[in-house]
Unconditional design. Structure first.
Length: 265
C-alpha cells in the first residue's frame, strides 16, 4: 500500500511539474541531510519491481559494493579528462560518531558528507529503512548524491547558494544512474525509486530557495536528477540548477553535523 501511494505521488508530480531553470556547477556542503524518514512506523510493502542488479551484490553488501562502484565511475570520468582523483572516506554509522563537522548520529540523517574531513557518513539503520520503504535504488541515489559533494570538492566547485550545490549533487546522482543503466545494472522501477526519494527529500513548500541549507523543491530535485540521467556528467557541469534568486550575504558557513533545512516529516 505504501509503495502504491508513493508511485501515485510521483505520477502526480511528474504530470504537474513545470520546467525549472537549470544552473551552473556547485560545491560541497557541511554534513547535510539527504533525506529525513517520514514513514518509519508504516508497514513495509513487498517490492513491486526487481532489485538493482550487480555481479556479486547481496542485501548485506549493497552499500559497500555500490560505493565502490560509484568511486570507480568517478575515477574513470576523471581519468578520461586527465585529472587527478582520489576517493572520499567512508564511515558507516551505527552510533553517534564524531566528525570534523560535528557529531553525526545514526538517526540524524541517512547520509551526510563532511568537506572538512572529506568523508561520507552513512547511517546503517536509516539506509535499511529507505531500502525497505522506498527501494534499493532510492538508497543508491542518496549515496551517489553524497559522493557528488566529494566530486565538487575535487573540482573546486563552490557556488554562493546551497540549493545550487545540492541540485548539482542530484544531477551527479542521475549521471551515476545513467552509468548503471549502461552497465546493465538498472532494473524496472529503479529510476522511479530515485524520483520517489527526490520528492520525499524535497524542501517544505514554504522554504525559501536562497536560504542556507535549501535543497530544492520536488520539481527542482527531480529535474536535476533526470538531467544527469539523460545527459550524463557533462550536463551537470554545463547547465544551471538554481532559480534566479540573489545569494544571501553571508560571511561564515555552518559546519555543524546537522543543518536546519531537513525536509519536514
Amino acid at each position: 500500500m505504501l509503495r502504491r501511494l508513493i508511485w501515485a505521488l510521483i505520477a502526480l508530480v511528474l504530470a504537474t511539474a513545470g520546467s525549472p531553470a537549470i544552473a551552473a556547477p556547485v560545491h560541497t556542503a557541511p554534513l547535510r541531510p539527504a533525506f529525513t524518514p517520514r514513514f518509519q512506523d508504516d508497514t513495509p510493502a513487498e517490492d513491486q519491481f526487481e532489485a538493482f542488479s550487480m555481479p556479486g551484490l547481496t542485501p548485506d553488501n549493497l552499500t559497500d559494493m555500490v560505493l565502490k562502484d560509484i568511486d570507480s565511475f568517478w575515477a574513470g570520468e576523471f581519468a578520461n579528462e586527465g585529472f587527478d582523483y582520489y576517493a572520499a572516506g567512508i564511515i558507516p554509522v551505527t552510533d553517534v560518531t564524531h566528525s570534523s563537522c560535528g557529531d553525526f548520529g545514526p538517526y540524524d540523517n541517512p547520509a551526510a558528507y563532511c568537506p572538512i574531513d572529506d568523508t561520507v557518513y552513512v547511517s546503517i539503520p536509516l539506509g535499511k529503512d529507505i531500502r525497505t520503504n522506498v527501494g534499493d535504488f532510492a538508497w543508491i541515489a542518496v549515496l551517489a548524491h553524497e559522493w557528488g559533494h566529494h566530486i565538487q570538492v575535487l573540482m573546486h566547485i563552490d557556488p554562493p547558494l546551497t540549493i545550487e550545490r545540492e541540485l548539482q549533487a542530484d544531477c551527479f546522482s542521475g549521471a551515476y544512474a545513467l552509468r548503471a543503466k549502461q552497465q546493465g545494472f538498472l532494473q524496472e522501477g529503479d529510476v522511479t525509486e530515485a524520483v520517489a526519494i527526490s520528492v520525499l527529500s524535497a524542501d517544505p513548500v514554504d522554504m525559501g530557495e536562497a536560504v542556507p541549507g535549501a535543497h530544492g523543491s520536488s520539481d527542482y530535485r527531480v529535474t536535476a536528477f533526470m538531467q544527469g540521467y539523460f545527459g550524463g556528467v557533462p550536463s551537470c557541469l554545463n547547465t544551471t540548477f538554481a532559480p534566479d534568486v540573489a545569494a544571501p550575504d553571508t560571511t561564515a558557513q555552518d559546519t555543524t553535523a546537522q543543518e536546519t533545512a531537513a525536509p519536514s516529516g
